[in-house]
Design a protein around this ligand. Sequence first.
Ligand SMILES: [Zn+2]
Length: 389
Amino acid sequence: MGVFRLPAKVIDFMNKARQHCLWRGYNSQSSKQPLISWKQICKPKKFGGLGVIDLRIQNTTLLLKHLDKFLNMQDTLWVKLIRQTYYSNGRLTQLLGRRGSTWWSEVLKLWPIFWAIAKPSVGNGITVALWFDLWFSHPMEFLFPHLFSFAKVKKISLAKFCQSQDLSTHFFLPLSNEALFEFQQLQAIITRMNITTDASDLWNYIWGSTRFHPQRMYLKSFSGSQTQPIFTWLWNSRCSNKLRIFFWLLIHDRINTRDFLQRKHIIAANMDVSCSLCQDGARESSLHLFFKCNFSSSCWARIGLSWSDEVSITQLVTAGRRNNSLPFIMELIIVGSWSLWLHRNNCIFRHQHAACGSWFELFRKEILFQSHRFKPTLKVAISDWINFL
Ligand SMILES: [Zn+2]
């Protein structure tokens, strides 16, 4: 993966196997449907995903490392070999398109991504494209558009451009008044740059380093996604993964409530989808079942928690956590929700009656069981807290 670009079919095949492991386990005949999109699952945890590696992005990120080594002239045999074979005489990597071996051609396809995350600090200018790279505040083709239109060779490196004593030889003469004004500005910039043949160019990255960090690049690929503190609280909680993933699905409204099953067309449109824990006739949505239901509210009140009038689970949990100073509040919310789900299933599939006492027994057992994962002081605090109720 760090050497070759994986074919799309291979990645799809690997993803299918991974999806099968996640949703169906060992049963190869199971037709269980995924509860949430693979794209969401592959987001990093802080962006609301499950943190499963996105193979396409990972593959691209690892291959970008080769461009980093090449442009920063790393002292390795393959860099020297490729540079001498294809880029002698000052040719530029970024402007020659696909060339060389299949492997190198595939790496070069990633140039637009690399260009978006890196800009050069000029040393000798050998790896820098005069008109197109961001070696000044803006690419020169946009900063000096009139002069650019007079350029004889547009795909020229900064080093080769500066080799001429008379810079005007690079342009079709005579220049227009606007182009002449821009030429004088460009000349002044290049004089100030003091380009030397001794130092190599250094490519800097948008995360403020001259080192290429695959992990940072991987996270940058998700920079359009929003971070929400609730996911940090969730994954920092000390509950077992089984409960954390349950609550993660709950935040995304992907629990198999009657409302969700009907929305997914798993149960018929004319079937009763009212809440099984209360007699209010409300739809059994995640928001109702776990937070708005009268029965659920009485259960939460039993352990001293109440919810505001927020309209989403994320807002409710955020407000609940803010208004409560218990050091294990997130664990209480997760275990409380899990116990409500177990109790709801007992009512539907084992014909039990909805009773706050039964829920509390489930909750008490689960929180004490989970507390074995906590540090000793917190374990004692939870034990004292639950005994006091
Ligand atoms: Zn209800």
